[in-house]
Design a protein around this ligand. Structure first.
Ligand code: MTE
Length: 549
């Protein structure tokens, strides 16, 4: 490994798909390269890429929930299954994160969670933003919504009375501290004017038969750290040159998430120099070896801390010179240090403290801390076509003292819209017993013509993103919190708002009992769930179109 240098300038987005699945493409290119003794470049066509490189895992959740008449949850017995495909890849870790997140933000006194990775004849599924967490939480929100129907209350009421708070012991033994969930929820409630929003939707639904509106508020908590302990380590190399410029190299990969900007900011503020004096050229295995994947949203926490460690080492070495003179510029100080033969290069290292989980006992603290969030969505559906649009979305995130609010708001907007694709648009259809019109085993939705990703028209008409103020996080660099994956799940507010609208449509024909709605809520599913005189001759009210899983 010491003879092979891997360099990455940046990648054009990864979202998990390149975490491990880049390796087999690289290996395919390496074989002819070795035999022909020349560089070989391999680029997959979009459809081939979609067919073979694996997707987000589909999940199945089977639950038994015990609850009191007021909706207070007493016990959960949960079985979770994920479709790994034909190799293990990251499926076990993804299943584990789903199990850790299967309480979402709720205090459940008695919990049993069993997880199973399913070995199937699909291409191997892999990491995607949230890494199983969103699937675990979506199962939770489904049974919360079901309790609400049973006790004839709004799901938001059931959510509120079951919230975790400081002192809650989670089902895997981690203690909740510095929980900002209540604050986020209340701020969201007043920003979206929750009561008024519900009343307006009710009024609209009263006066419209074929268009219905729905609203939902969804909370989230996302555990920050790799659940595999050894991966929580990070290295960095900081080098100062005699002109006062700084070259930073760290083990993280830039993929558009703004990691290099945040890390450069940390170095710049440490040396008290302008950001323009700090440069990050690339990620390279000959500068920082044995890097963990840039994943789990923790890279700015970890590489930021590793870089800070290196900066502080250099500053400590410079200290005797700094204290002796008043320098007019950083470059003057650096030059003076250079003349005194002070080493201006340092390797920094960081390990996330106090994390670990014992799968033998099922107890531990796998996460350093949690990023909390909450979102409101209002949608309008066309009950005859199943079409929908998101009229409004408000998203609140607790990011501590954000390292860079502009980047973080961009991450939240991006994650929400990406999540909207997950809950309402993007469906894979494979040739199987339920889809006989597709050749067996073939992926039909392998390009933009049939696989619908969010476009500009899917962005909520009104879209507000806010960061919680005055909530520093003592557990990460400069009191910040990780942002990359946590907001993704909040798009499920759109899913549950769609379900709320469907509930209103079904009420028109006297259908008031709970019904299943599979993810994603595509037009086909929305239309068929809106039971009416047109669907009744063909299907029962609990019909749900089959998924390809
Ligand atoms: N943002 C952009 N623009 N492109 C990406 O590929 N990946 C997401 C998130 N934000 C991604 C992104 C995922 S899946 C993760 S885990 C984090 O960024 C990884 O980077 P971080 O640890 O620096 O947050």
């Amino acid at each position: 490994m010491s003879k092979v240098v891997c360099k990455t300038k940046r990648i054009g987005g990864g979202f998990g798909g390149k975490e491990t699945r880049s390796a087999f493409i690289a290996a395919i290119a390496a074989v002819p390269s070795y035999h022909l003794n020349r560089p070989v470049k391999l680029t997959l066509d979009r459809d081939i890429d979609m067919m073979i490189t694996g997707q987000r895992h589909s999940f199945l959740g089977k639950y038994k929930v015990g609850f009191a008449n007021n909706g207070k949850v007493l016990a959960l017995d949960l079985g979770i299954f994920n479709n790994a495909g034909n190799s293990l890849d990251l499926s076990l870790a993804i299943l584990e994160r789903a199990m850790f997140h299967s309480d979402n933000v709720y205090e459940i006194p008695n919990v049993r969670v069993n997880g199973r990775v399913c070995f199937t004849n699909f291409p191997s599924n892999t990491a995607f933003r949230g890494f199983g967490g969103p699937q675990g939480m979506l199962i939770t929100e489904n049974w919360i919504q079901r309790i609400a129907v049973e006790v004839k209350k709004r799901p938001e009421e059931i959510r509120e009375i079951n919230f975790i708070s400081d002192g809650t012991l989670l089902h895997y033994g981690q203690l909740i501290e510095h929980c900002t969930l209540d604050r986020l929820w209340n701020e969201l409630k007043s920003s979206c004017d929750w009561l008024k929003a519900q009343q307006e939707v009710e009024q609209f639904n009263l006066h419209n038969r074929w268009k219905k509106r729905g609203v939902a508020m969804i909370p989230t908590k996302f555990g920050i750290s790799f659940t595999t302990k050894f991966m929580n380590q990070a290295g960095a190399l900081v080098q100062i040159y005699t002109d006062g410029t700084v070259l930073v190299t760290h083990g993280g990969v830039e993929m558009g998430q703004g990691l290099h900007t945040k890390v450069a900011q940390i170095a710049a503020s440490s040396f008290n120099i302008p950001l323009s004096s700090v440069f990050i050229s690339e990620t390279s295995t000959d500068k920082v070896p044995n890097a963990s994947p840039t994943a789990a949203s923790a890279s700015s926490d970890m590489y930021g801390a590793a870089v800070l460690d290196a900066c502080e080492q250099i500053k400590a070495r410079m200290e005797p010179i700094t204290s002796r003179h008043n320098f007019s510029s950083f470059s003057e100080l650096v030059n003076a240090c250079y003349m005194e033969r002070i080493d201006l290069s340092a390797h920094g290292f960081y390990i996330t403290p106090d994390v670990g989980f014992d799968w033998g006992t099922g107890k531990g603290s796998p996460f350093r801390y949690f990023t909390y969030g909450a979102a409101f969505a209002e949608v309008e559906i066309d009950t005859l076509t199943g079409d929908f649009h998101t009229r409004r979305a408000d998203v609140y995130l607790d990011l501590g003292y954000s390292l860079n609010p502009a980047i973080d708001v961009g991450q939240i907007e991006g994650a929400f819209v990406q999540g909207l694709g997950w809950v309402a648009l993007e469906e894979l259809k494979w040739g199987d017993a339920a889809h006989k019109w597709i050749r067996p085993g073939c992926l039909y939705t392998c390009g933009p013509g049939s696989y619908k990703i969010p476009s500009v028209t899917d962005v909520p008409f009104k879209f507000h993103v806010s960061l919680l103020k005055g909530a520093p996080n003592a557990k990460a660099i400069h009191s910040s919190k990780a942002v990359g994956e946590p907001p993704f799940f909040l798009a499920s507010a759109v899913f549950f708002a769609i379900k709320d609208a469907i509930i209103a449509a079904r009420a028109e024909v006297g259908c008031n009992e709970w019904f299943p709605l599979d993810n994603p809520a595509t037009p086909e599913r929305i239309r068929m769930a809106c039971t009416d005189e047109f669907t009744k001759p063909f299907v029962d009210s609990d019909f749900h179109p089959k998924l390809s899983v």
